[in-house]
Design a protein around this ligand. Structure first.
Ligand code: ADP
Length: 204
C-alpha cells in the first residue's frame, strides 16, 4: 500500500490529475467530497458552522452555501481558521475510515488523497509521498475565473487565502507542471505512475 497526498492550489489541476491517476488504477479519496458529506444539514459540523456564522450562509434548503461561506472566510484568516477547526477533525475521521477500508481490501493499493490544504494543515507529514500540481498564480486565476465564473477580485481573494504554490514545492516528492497542454500533463502522470508501480507495495 502506498499512501499519497495530492495537492496544489485552487484551480491548479488537482481534480484533473486525480482522474488521470484513477484511470491507471489508483484509488482516489477526494477530501472535498468528504467535506461536503460532513457538512450535511443537521450534522454536528453543520450545527457548529450555523452557530458560528449564522443562518445567512444557508441556502433555502438549509444546505451550507459554500460560495457565501467562502466569501466570508477567504477575506478573513481568523474566520477561516475557525471554520477549519470545526470541519477538519470530522474530515480526518471520515478520511481515515475510507483509507482503512481500501487498505484492508487491497494490500497493494496505491491510495491518492486529493487534499487541497495538505501542506497548510500539516497533513503532508502523514503521507508517504507528496505530489504537487503546479501552475503559476496567473494561470490559476485564469482557470478559476473561467471554471467558476469568478471576478478577478474573487479569484484573487481565494488565491491569497492559500499558501503560494512556489512555497509548496520544497514539500513535494513529485511536481507536475500543469501549465502546458492536457497531453503534457498526462505524460507527466504516466511517468510518475510507472515510478509508483516500481515502488510496489512497501511494508506497512
Ligand atoms: P483543482 O481541482 O486543482 O481546483 P481542476 O482540475 O478543476 O483544478 O482544474 C481547474 C480548471 O482548469 C478546470 O476547469 C480544468 O478543466 C482546467 N484545466 C486543468 N488542467 C488544464 C490544462 N492542462 N490545460 C487547460 N485547462 C486545464
Amino acid at each position: 500500500m502506498i499512501n499519497i497526498g495530492l495537492t496544489g492550489g485552487i484551480g491548479s489541476g488537482k481534480s484533473t490529475v486525480a482522474r488521470l491517476f484513477q484511470k491507471r488504477g489508483a484509488h482516489i479519496i477526494d477530501v472535498d467530497v468528504l467535506a461536503h458529506m460532513v457538512e450535511e444539514p443537521g450534522s454536528a459540523v453543520w450545527n457548529r458552522i450555523v452557530e458560528h456564522f449564522g443562518r445567512e450562509i444557508l441556502d433555502k434548503d438549509d444546505r451550507i452555501n459554500r460560495e457565501a461561506l467562502g466569501g466570508i472566510v477567504f477575506r478573513d484568516s481568523e474566520k477561516l481558521e475557525k471554520l477549519n477547526s470545526i470541519v477538519h477533525p470530522a474530515i480526518f475521521d471520515e478520511w481515515w475510515r475510507r483509507f482503512d477500508d481500501i487498505a484492508n481490501n487491497d494490500k497493494e493499493a496505491i491510495i491518492i488523497s486529493d487534499i487541497p490544504l495538505l501542506i497548510e494543515v500539516g497533513w503532508h507529514k502523514t503521507v508517504d509521498i507528496v505530489i504537487l500540481v503546479y501552475t503559476s498564480p496567473g494561470v490559476q486565476a485564469e482557470r478559476i475565473m473561467k471554471r467558476n465564473g469568478y471576478s478577478h477580485k474573487e479569484a484573487q481573494d481565494r488565491l491569497n487565502s492559500q499558501m503560494p504554490l512556489d512555497k509548496k514545492i520544497p514539500f513535494a516528492d513529485f511536481v507536475i507542471n500543469n501549465e502546458g497542454t492536457p497531453e503534457e500533463t498526462e505524460a507527466a502522470v504516466e511517468k510518475i505512475w510507472k515510478e509508483l508501480l516500481k515502488k510496489g507495495a512497501p511494508p506497512d
